[in-house]
Design a protein around this ligand. Structure first.
Ligand SMILES: [Zn+2]
Length: 80
């Protein structure tokens, strides 16, 4: 059986590329037995999804509507 350290490494690797069947089966077997690694995998996937959502958002989405308006106004009056 794979160790928790090996599984955590393989879970991370599986985000970048699919693992060979033997490793996938090893990870799956380990995850059935180990709740710590299941939690690790779940959190890793949640983090990846959060990063994807963050990367896809509009560049100015983190600013409030008011802040965007203030910047627009400042740009309009700039250079006059
Ligand atoms: Zn484990």
């Amino acid at each position: 059986m794979l160790t928790c350290k090996e599984v955590s490494t393989l879970v991370s690797e599986s985000l970048d590329h699919s693992l060979p069947l033997r490793q996938r089966m090893g990870v799956r077997f380990h995850l059935m037995m180990c709740s710590m690694c299941r939690t690790y995998k779940k959190q890793t996937l949640q983090l990846r999804d959060a990063m994807r959502t963050y990367a896809r958002r509009e560049p100015t989405e983190h600013l409030s509507k008011e802040a965007r308006q203030r910047i627009k106004n400042a740009l309009k009056t700039d250079g006059k």
